[in-house]
Design a protein around this ligand. Structure first.
Ligand SMILES: [Zn+2]
Length: 51
């Protein structure tokens, strides 16, 4: 998936296998590390209907 890296200041492509997904306050939190600079990327996704 594509995520925006703040350090690289551009979109980077993260392998699905290296994406860590968890649930925070009913929202899905996607975490991964940038393949370019290996800094942490985090991004909230819209929650799937899990209330
Ligand atoms: Zn980066």
């Amino acid at each position: 998936m594509e995520m925006f890296c703040l350090k690289c200041r551009r979109k980077v492509t993260v392998e699905d296998s290296s994406v860590d997904e968890s649930s925070v306050n009913g929202r899905r939190l996607i975490r991964a590390s940038c393949p370019e600079c290996s800094s942490n990327l985090a991004r909230f996704m819209k929650a799937t209907s899990t209330t």
